[in-house]
Design a protein around this ligand. Structure first.
Ligand code: NAG
Ligand code: NAG
Ligand code: NAG
Ligand code: NAG
Ligand code: NAG
Ligand code: NAG
Ligand code: NAG
Ligand code: NAG
Length: 903
């Protein structure tokens, strides 16, 4: 008999249920992680969820209280993938109820209930915290406008693994709850309470409610003891109620029989907007009237419940954290039959379909599965995509093999930032001229060969980075028309010729180094431009921490002494006073006052300089701001004479600043200043001459002596240079950030002792107590700290980065940027780091001939790799580097002694 009934109902279900829907109700009921389909005691047909989701793992728990059959679960241990159910919706202009149950019950034996969030369509709908409740049930009412609804689980920080056990979809009467949802469909309803007032015997659900809403008993609401439940069988005319509450629910009421005031208190999860529906039905032979008061406001006065009629009251309250509903008698006893409370959750608009289809085409173009599904902005922006509201405003496809800028990029009209660096782009820069909102465009490190046209259309462009491409020819005029452009990086291309005059303005920084010949003036392409260094100031002074205050005012020129000095200083003082104005006077005062301490620096006349250099006969180098000449002082001392081309229009203040600095800084590993000359417009610095040339000359120059640079010599040079830098960072006052540490700024004397040089010209005088300095990025390509580059905040760690690059050069014997070879070896840091981290010393400079102690090499490699960490806080200090280098040096010395080598 029992078997017969079972087979009959099973046959019926088979006929009615297809695609997961049971035709008689349109229900979809998923047992998540389940392995079998079954019918429950309410005759609801549950199916497995595997047709609706492709991610996650399944398990089963059997220790749920009051449920001997246990429950299946799907959980999502993989943090990367989207965990989304795609729920079919049969009628695309309707309303559905989505209910899900989340169960943890220690299924993984770890005793750590997870927390995570869930989204419906574009809306982030709720946060589940299974520590608070386990199981946890969520119910949403969703206005459908598509044939598929995405229901997704999202990890949250430290939240653990999302898990789900049941998911149900139920159609609702289409006109229900409309007054709460705003301009359809911009709100969804998240259930807080659904109370069957006066009912105390469990919950009421399907089939009593054909829409399978669950109506809870109201016995847990205070003050329960003052009320009485009434249950009377009456027929109702329900056609006036679009929510169609089940008659069984309306047949019970809570009626306050002894007092005048009936109150429900509803604790709420969070501050938000809430929607309240109150149901009344005339189940008593009288017509009571009462005021309805919500949170102290009378929302309806003298509300009357008519016998045998059903009615409802809809109220929305914004930004509330607490909800109480009071019924205050006017005549007879106040009553209520049912209450629903929903939180109103915004449904963000979808991104424009043009944007979505353009992005889809771009995803195909990448040949990768970027996981771009549903909406690009909501509930969470796709990987690589950034949004403002429903607008896609940034796209970062750097390091992805794109090959060309396809026309669909031109459809992303809201883009403000586009980053396509290192995307293997070749050919012309094209298809971007429609992007009128674009502010930052990064096309660096590609193989682009031509600028293309119509740059003037990119009217919002502020930053254009095309460094390290193969762009040739001239720079297009259109760029000059971009009024907001403030950074144009053209470095390391094959550009030549004259830059458009319109680019020559104060507000715009143009970086041009590493091109064939590129400048504003037609005549400037002399040999000076062959310097790989950016023409820029190189020293920054950081005032000593914890030492505020200004120096005393002490501008007594007479006290300085020396006629020539006075002649020097008067115009200077006037110049600086004029430029800086009264407010910064103390700076000038300090500079002048400090002149008294230039004891060591000698002041030369231009005539003396001319004589010493034999009329600037022998060029021995190109510094960061001009050529360097060999000089011979009358006392027979050789000097290096730096003549400054004031092309960058750095003022006399910068010059005086550097002289002041250099004269104070004296250390055996820093090149010392012998004197200077400042006459009319000429600014000349006289340094001691170091006959050994620079480390760069030794490693890479035409007369390179790379083979004689043994590991022990390289270590000695590194130790010396580190000592010099350590003095700048920690020994000198004020502290100094060098800003341009590189091999060509490490000079060697006859005995191969190393000294740091080229303090260029300092530019920034900064507020006391600074931990960093915000500056326009300066430095030399290949040595530049990427964090400084992106934040423009300069600290000692930027020098550490550059020093790390020098160490890598000593280890590998190659330059930081190398245009030949394969792209992955292009950048020394990126190339060497993984090898050295793995202790793979195959990349150590061949000219060392393997004669190094492995432990010594390991130490240096390790500290070098740490020094070039992207995150500056992970880099060591120069003092730490110095101590490691000293150890490595002594290890190598013992190794040589043990193996019988000398040097
Ligand atoms: C459960 O039912 C669905 C839909 O009717 C069907 O696709 C699926 O194969 C069934 N699963 C099992 C385990 O019978
Ligand atoms: C008990 O488990 C069964 C099967 O997993 C499920 O259908 C049912 O809803 C569960 N009951 C409760 C009260 O959780
Ligand atoms: C879809 O819903 C509309 C009301 O929103 C209703 O009129 C129509 O009959 C429904 N269509 C189906 C196929 O259920
Ligand atoms: C979950 O709730 C517990 C207890 O209320 C709380 O300690 C924990 O921080 C919550 N987790 C999250 C992610 O909110
Ligand atoms: C409460 O419900 C149970 C079944 O769910 C029923 O047996 C019992 O009679 C009900 N009690 C009342 C007072 O209605
Ligand atoms: C039910 O009420 C509606 C108005 O709300 C009315 O038009 C209709 O005639 C009533 N039906 C019955 C059977 O009384
Ligand atoms: C109801 O809410 C109002 C305003 O939020 C509050 O002042 C009042 O004390 C509450 N009443 C009760 C009985 O909790
Ligand atoms: C309340 O309304 C009822 C019927 O609508 C009316 O008879 C009664 O006088 C009203 N009471 C007050 C106090 O306004």
């Amino acid at each position: 008999m029992g078997l017969k009934i079972f087979s009959v109902s099973f046959a019926l279900l088979c006929c009615f249920c297809s695609l997961g829907f049971c035709d008689q109700d349109g229900f979809l009921s998923l047992a998540c992680g389940g392995t079998t389909n079954y019918t429950d005691s309410s005759n609801i047909w549950w199916i497995t969820d595997s047709d609706f989701i492709s991610t996650g793992k399944t398990t089963y728990v059997d220790n749920i209280e009051g449920n001997s059959s246990g429950v299946s679960l799907r959980f999502f241990p993989d943090s990367k993938v989207h965990n989304c159910y795609r729920l079919p919706v049969r009628n695309i202009s309707s309303l559905i109820l989505v209910r899900s149950q989340f169960v943890y019950k220690n299924y993984d034996g770890r005793g750590k209930p997870p927390a995570f969030s869930v989204s419906l369509g574009t809306a982030m709908a709720s946060t589940i915290n299974l520590t608070t409740n386990d199981p946890w049930t969520e119910e949403f009412i969703w206005p459908v406008d598509k044939d598929t609804l995405s229901f997704c689980l999202h990890r949250i920080r430290n939240g653990g693994t999302p898990v789900i056990s049941l998911l149900e979809v139920r159609p609702l009467p289409p006109e229900a709850y409309k007054s709460g949802m705003g301009d359809y469909p911009n709100k969804l309803l998240r259930k807080s309470y659904r109370i069957d007032s006066g009912y105390t015997n469990g919950s009421l659900k399907y089939p009593a409610d054909p829409y399978d809403r669950i109506w809870d008993a109201d016995k847990s609401f205070t003050p329960f003891h003052v009320t009485t439940g009434f249950k009377i069988q009456v027929e109702f005319n329900l056609s006036g109620l679009s929510e169609s509450p089940p008659p069984a629910v309306l047949q019970t009421a809570r009626v306050l029989a002894r007092k005048e005031v009936l109150t429900y208190n509803f604790p709420l999860d969070s501050l938000g907007d809430y929607y309240v529906v109150l149901y009344f039905a005339g189940i008593l032979p009288i017509s009571p009237s009462f005021d309805v008061i919500i949170n102290g406001d009378i929302v309806q006065s003298n509300y009357t419940v008519k016998t045998s009629a059903a009615s409802a009251l809809y109220v929305t309250r914004k930004k509330i954290k607490l909800l109480n509903v009071t019924f205050k008698s006017k005549s007879f006893f106040p009553q209520v039959n049912a209450i629903e409370v929903y939180e109103l959750v915004d449904i963000p608009p979808e991104a424009s379909s043009t944007t979505v289809s353009a992005l889809q085409v771009i995803e195909q173009f990448t040949g990768l599965d970027l996981g771009w599904e549903d909406d690009p902005c909501s509930p969470k922006p796709w990987d690589h995509v950034g949004c403002e509201g429903s607008l896609v405003t940034s796209l970062d496809l750097s390091d992805i093999n794109l090959r060309s800028i396809s026309p669909t990029f031109g459809d992303l009209l809201d883009l403000k930032t586009l980053d396509l660096h290192n995307a293997s782009l070749a050919g012309e820069i094209q298809n971007l001229d429609s992007l009128q909102n674009l502010e930052k465009l990064n096309l660096s490190f590609n193989k682009l060969t031509s600028f293309g046209s119509d740059w003037e259309n990119l009217i919002s462009l502020q930053v254009l980075d095309v460094q390290n491409n193969s762009l040739d020819g001239v720079v297009p005029d259109g760029l000059g028309e971009l009024k907001d452009l403030h950074l144009l990086d053209l470095e390391n291309n094959l550009l030549q010729g004259t830059l458009p005059d319109s680019l020559n303005r104060q507000s715009l920084e143009v970086r041009t180094s590493g091109n064939l010949c590129l400048s504003f003036s037609t005549t400037a392409c002399g040999d000076a431009s062959s310097s790989p260094s950016i023409e820029a100031p190189q020293v920054t002074i950081v005032p000593e921490r914890n030492k505020g205050g200004h120096n005393r005012l002490a501008i007594i020129l007479g006290a300085v002494g020396g006629v020539s000095l006075a002649i020097l200083l008067i115009p200077l003082f006037v110049f600086m006073y004029r430029r800086r104005g009264r407010t910064e006077m103390s700076y000038t005062e300090r500079a002048v006052a400090d002149v008294r301490n230039w004891n060591a620096a000698k002041i030369f006349s231009y005539k003396e300089i001319k004589t010493a250099t034999n009329n600037f006969k022998e060029v021995i180098g190109h510094g960061s701001f001009g050529s360097v000449y060999l000089g011979n002082l009358p006392v027979g001392k050789l000097v290096a004479v730096k003549v400054r081309f004031d092309k960058t229009q750095l003022g006399a203040d910068s010059f005086i600043n550097e002289v002041r600095l250099l004269s104070q800084v004296r250390h055996q590993n820093l090149v010392s200043l012998e004197g200077f000359c400042y006459e009319s417009q000429r600014q000349i610095l006289v340094y001691e001459y170091l006959p050994g040339g620079s480390l760069a000359d030794q490693l890479y120059g035409p007369n390179s002596r790379k083979f004689s640079l043994s590991w022990v010599r390289r270590l000695k040079i590194a130790v010396d240079a580190a000592k010099g830098l350590d003095y700048l960072h920690n020994g000198s006052n004020p502290r100094i950030i060098h800003r341009d540490i590189k091999c060509s700024n490490i000079l060697l004397d006859k005995e191969m002792n190393a000294r740091l040089c080229d303090f260029g010209l300092s530019k920034q005088m900064i507020q006391p107590d600074a931990t960093h300095v915000t500056t326009v990025v300066k430095g030399t390509a290949g040595y530049l700290d990427p964090e400084y580059y992106s934040t423009q905040q300069l600290t000692e760690k930027s020098d550490v980065y550059s020093f790390g690059v020098v160490l890598l050069e000593l280890i590998c014997g190659r330059e930081p940027l190398n245009h030949s070879g394969t792209p992955d070896s292009f950048n020394l840091v990126l190339w060497a780091k993984p090898y050295l981290q793995a202790g793979a010393f195959e990349i150590v400079d061949e000219s060392l001939g393997g004669s190094f102690d492995v432990e010594s090499m390991r130490k240096v490699a390790k500290i070098a790799v740490r020094s070039v960490e992207r995150d500056a806080s992970l880099r060591p200090t120069i003092a730490q580097i110095l101590s490691v280098l000293k150890e490595a040096y002594s290890i190598q010395l013992s190794y040589l002694a043990a193996s019988g080598h000398v040097n």
